[in-house]
Design a protein. Structure first.
Length: 118
């Protein structure tokens, strides 16, 4: 099983960006999907999480600017980020709880860099 994140890049303050992460391999089912981020010199933190039935949870610092969604047919999770601030600059990592031939375990993507700067 592999997770591939994409969509990161440079965006100006106040702008928007959508990143995605697709899982591939021998997958039976995917439970929770989530995005975490790690800024330089800071600990990794939860950005958002979505359950298999669409329930969502967001980190306290986002102020309603981010929206997580998923496409179960594509084994993909998305993160729509609006009103981006320089403080949102970080490497964004996807995480999925996946049941496969090896049982249920968590998998992480390689990360995609989001830079918010003018």
């Amino acid at each position: 099983v592999q997770l591939q994140a994409s969509g990161g890049g440079l965006v100006q303050p106040g702008g928007s960006l959508r990143i995605s992460c697709a899982a591939s391999g021998r997958i039976d089912t995917i439970d929770n999907m989530a995005w975490h981020r790690q800024a330089p010199g800071k600990r990794r933190e939860l950005v958002a999480m979505i359950t298999s039935v669409g329930g969502t949870h967001y980190g306290d610092s986002l102020k309603g600017r981010f929206t997580i969604s998923r496409d179960n047919a594509l084994n993909t999770v998305f993160l729509q980020m609006n009103s981006l601030e320089p403080e949102d600059t970080a490497v964004y990592y996807c995480k999925m709880s996946i049941k496969s031939g090896w049982g249920l375990r968590d998998y992480w993507g390689q990360g995609t860099l989001v830079t918010v700067s003018s």
